[in-house]
Design a protein around this ligand. Structure first.
Ligand SMILES: Cc1cc2nc3c(=O)[nH]c(=O)nc-3n(C[C@H](O)[C@H](O)[C@H](O)COP(=O)(O)OP(=O)(O)OC[C@H]3O[C@@H](n4cnc5c(N)ncnc54)[C@H](O)[C@@H]3O)c2cc1C
Length: 324
C-alpha cells in the first residue's frame, strides 16, 4: 500500500496546482483522477473559448501562450499537459476515488477503483462538471437528449431545442444554427443571461430579434417525445417538432461523495461545503477543499482564475501543522 503526505482527488487545473505546490514544498503526494488529465476541460464543447485571458489560467508560474487573448479548449489541453510534464507530476489517471476513511491515528485510508493508499491529508478538487442538473421531465432519459454538447456538425439540418441561456446554451444555439440546424431555445428567465461572454451576447440577441433562432422566455420544457417537445410558455402550452434536445441546464458537484467522506453541507439550497476560507480545511480535519467544488450549487462563484490560490493556502496550512 502506497503512503503519501497528501492525496489529491481530481486532476483538473486546481488539483494540478495543488500537486505543484506540494512538490515545491517537498511533500510527497499523488493526484488521483477518474478520467483523463483535466477531464472536465477535455469534455467541454470542442470549439469552446474561455472567458478568461490565458495568464489568468496559469498555474505553477508557467506562462500560458495563446494565439488570442482568450485561449480555446485545445490550447488549454496543451498547456495543462505541458505543465504536468514540466513538473513531472505524480498523476494516476483513469482511477476513481471510491472511499476515504479516517483511521484512529488520524491517517486516511483511501480506496480507489484500482488501489489502496494511506495519506496524512486529503485535498478534494473534484469540480462540478460530472453531474448534470436534470430537468426531471418525461422523456429526458431518451438518447436524443444530451447534457454535454460537443460539436455542431452532428445537428446539421435537424430541429434542435436548446434549453438554458448561459454560456454553454448560447454557444450550442449559435454553433448549431450556423451549421444549418433549425434552433429553438427554451429559457426559464426573462432574457439571455447577464454572464454570457460579452462578445457573444449581442450575437444571440440579434439572431433572436431577427427571427433566425426562435426563443421562448419565461418558459420550461414539460415533456419530450420521439418527434416533439411540449413547452410551457407564458402564453400557454406549445408543442413543437423536434429531433434533438441540448439541455444546458448546468452541473453540480458530487454532493453524495462529499457527504460520504464526512464533509458537512449548508442547509440552504446552495449546499455549500463547510470549510475555513483561510486554510481551506473542512469540518473533517485533514480534508481540504480546492477549486470550484467549494461553491456547492453556486457554480459561478469560483473559477480557475480565483481558485488557483487555494493550492498555496492549503500547503501553507499543512506545513504549519507539521511544524507544531
Ligand atoms: C464550459 C465551461 C467554461 C468555463 N470557462 C472558464 C473560464 O474561462 N475561466 C475560468 O476561470 N473558469 C472557467 N470555467 C469554470 C471552472 O474554472 C472550470 O470548471 C475548471 O475546470 C475548474 O477546475 P477544478 O480543477 O476546480 O475542477 P475540474 O476541472 O472540474 O476538475 C475536477 C476533476 O476531478 C475529477 N474527479 C471527480 N470526482 C473524482 C473522484 N471521485 N475520483 C477521481 N477523480 C475525480 C474529475 O474527473 C475532474 O477531472 C468554465 C466551466 C465550464 C463548464
Amino acid at each position: 500500500m502506497s503512503e503519501y503526505d497528501i492525496l489529491i482527488i481530481g486532476a483538473g487545473p486546481i488539483g494540478l496546482a495543488c500537486g505543484i505546490a506540494a512538490k515545491k514544498a517537498g511533500l510527497s503526494y499523488v493526484i488521483v483522477e477518474k478520467g483523463c488529465l483535466v477531464n472536465s476541460l477535455y469534455n467541454y464543447p470542442a470549439n469552446m473559448t474561455f472567458f478568461s485571458t490565458s495568464e489568468r489560467l496559469e498555474i505553477g508560474g508557467v506562462p500560458f501562450m495563446s494565439l488570442n487573448n482568450k485561449p480555446n479548449r485545445a490550447e488549454a489541453l496543451e498547456y495543462y499537459r505541458r505543465v504536468t510534464q514540466v513538473f513531472s507530476l505524480n498523476v494516476h489517471l483513469f482511477e476513481e476515488v471510491k472511499a476515504v476513511i479516517k483511521n484512529k491515528d488520524n491517517f486516511f485510508s483511501i480506496t480507489t477503483s484500482k488501489n489502496n493508499y494511506t495519506a496524512k491529508h486529503i485535498i478534494v478538487s473534484t469540480g462540478f462538471y460530472d453531474i448534470p442538473v436534470l430537468m426531471h421531465v418525461p422523456g429526458e432519459e431518451m438518447n436524443k437528449v444530451v447534457h454535454y454538447y460537443k460539436d455542431p456538425h452532428y445537428y446539421a439540418f435537424q430541429k434542435v431545442l436548446v434549453v438554458g441561456a448561459q454560456n454553454s446554451a448560447i454557444d450550442a444555439a449559435l454553433e448549431t444554427w450556423r451549421k444549418g440546424a433549425e434552433v429553438t431555445m427554451v429559457v426559464r428567465e426573462k432574457e439571455i443571461g447577464e454572464r454570457v461572454k460579452y462578445w457573444v451576447r449581442p450575437d444571440i440577441i440579434n439572431r433572436i430579434a431577427e427571427g433566425s433562432i426562435k426563443a421562448y422566455f419565461s418558459a420550461s420544457v414539460i415533456e419530450i417525445r420521439k418527434n416533439e417537445v411540449d413547452i410551457q410558455t407564458k402564453d400557454g402550452p406549445v408543442t413543437i417538432a423536434n429531433d434533438f434536445v441540448i439541455a444546458m441546464t448546468g452541473y453540480r458537484p458530487g454532493f453524495d461523495f462529499l457527504r460520504k467522506i464526512g464533509i458537512e453541507l449548508s442547509n440552504d439550497e446552495s449546499l455549500r461545503p463547510s470549510y475555513d476560507p483561510e486554510t481551506m480545511q473542512t469540518n473533517n480535519k485533514g480534508i481540504y477543499l480546492a477549486g470550484v467544488v467549494c461553491g456547492g450549487m453556486d457554480t459561478h462563484k469560483w473559477f480557475i482564475e480565483n481558485s488557483r490560490e487555494h493550492a498555496d493556502k492549503i500547503i501553507k496550512n499543512i506545513l504549519a501543522m507539521q511544524e507544531k
